[in-house]
Design a protein around this ligand. Structure first.
Ligand SMILES: *Cc1c(COP(=O)(O)O)cnc(C)c1O
Length: 375
């Protein structure tokens, strides 16, 4: 281990196959998908739907586009409310705000860091149109009680599975549990196409609507039937995605093994609360997130800084919950104390690399460094 080496929190693993697939697209001259003309996009969608077990999969050009087209397809707009966690990437709330609807922030379970059912139940009003559980760090939210409550009240459920490719909940694949599943293929996710996204669903009408939304609301010709965007995925990305998806099972296996080693070896550090994988859940281990028990943000930040100085890309996801960030705080009158578990977690957690590019030496170095800094 040389001192100028840095182990990033995530690292795309791109091989010869991805490179060849992109060259093939580039030399074919057919660079993007338009009205189903993209061979690679269609193949990627079919393979993704098959993997998730959903009837439909629609490729788009980011995870944010996946979430936004889902919100649009459900007809959500001004005067509607959508329940989201505040402890997530801003995208989850952003797509609600863009639609003109109100993001309503619910608190999290302190052990899974995902939406807490009790807090969700309290946040439901007659205006609630959807709930977006986020499968944070790669562990799914406890979907059963959320789905039961949603079904009782006619509320849609959109899974934000941007970090949870291949994660499972009670035998079901993440993204195939709610009405719609949204994935991201950004460079730091479990599999990547550089930028990219996917919506999965079993509902024909939603699938057809999203197919139109991603292409300017056009069914055919230059005659938009509804409001849309340019959310199309380029063929180069789809070609990378096909190869990455074929590698996903092996990536997940390596991540699982790395997480197991980290958990066994970090278990002795009393100040650390390690991530859990409850019975019936299967983690995708996008990152390995620990909590510094009882710590204030200052202490946590110092520990993270020390780890980074040693060449390990520890990152805090997310240091400021969305309801306390300037824009959302002002717009939705968020204040400190609104979401105690969310705020506590944002002060205490940090994430470590667990990805498929880690060598045995990298893992050992991460473990030794943490032991040295924390005991
Ligand atoms: C990455 C991510 C997104 C957004 O995906 P992009 O592809 O970057 O637009 C949304 N939600 C969560 C939880 C994410 O981690």
């Amino acid at each position: 281990m040389t001192s100028n080496r840095f182990i990033p929190i995530n690292k795309p693993m791109i091989g010869r196959e991805e490179i060849n697939a992109v060259i093939k697209v580039l030399t074919s001259g057919m660079l993007t998908d338009r009205a189903g003309s993209g061979k690679n996009v269609t193949e990627f969608e079919n393979a993704y739907a098959k993997y998730i077990g959903s009837k439909y999969a629609l490729a788009v050009n980011s995870g944010t586009a996946a979430l936004h087209s889902s919100i649009m397809a459900l007809g959500i707009g001004p005067k509607d409310e959508v329940i989201v966690p505040s402890f997530t990437f801003v995208s989850t709330a952003e797509v609600v705000a863009i639609s003109g609807a109100q993001p309503v922030f619910a608190d999290i379970d302190p052990q899974t860091y995902c939406l807490d059912q009790e807090s969700v139940r309290k946040a439901i009003t007659s205006k609630t149109k959807a709930i977006i559980p986020v499968h944070l760090y790669g562990l799914t939210a406890d979907m059963k009680p959320i789905l039961e409550e949603a079904q009782k009240k006619g509320i849609a459920v959109i899974e934000d599975a941007a970090q949870a490719h291949g994660a499972q909940y009670m035998g079901q694949m993440a993204g195939n549990i709610g009405d719609l599943g949204c994935f991201s293929f950004y460079a730091s996710k479990v599999i990547t196409t550089g930028e990219g996204g996917m919506v999965t669903t079993n509902k024909k009408e939603l699938a057809e609507t999203i197919r139109m939304i991603r292409d300017h609301g056009e069914g055919s010709g230059y005659s938009p039937a509804m409001l849309g965007y340019n959310y199309r995925m380029p063929e180069m990305e789809a070609a990378i995605g096909i190869v990455q998806l074929s590698k996903l099972p092996s990536f997940l296996e390596i991540r699982r093994r790395n997480a197991k080693i980290l958990s066994e070896e970090l278990n002795g550090i009393s100040e650390l609360e390690l991530p859990i994988e409850p019975k019936g859940y299967k983690h995708s281990w996008n990152v390995y997130t620990v909590r510094l028990k009882g710590a204030r943000a200052g202490r946590r930040n110092k520990v993270v800084q020390k780890i980074r100085e040693k060449g390990i890309g520890a990152v805090v996801y997310y240091p400021t919950p969305i309801h306390l960030t300037p824009y959302y705080m002002k717009l939705y009158e968020g204040k400190r104390g609104d979401l105690p578990e969310t705020e506590r977690a944002s002060n205490q957690v940090f994430s470590l690399p667990v990805h498929q590019s880690l060598s045995k030496e990298d893992l050992e170095y991460i473990i030794e460094t943490l032991k040295r800094i924390l005991s």
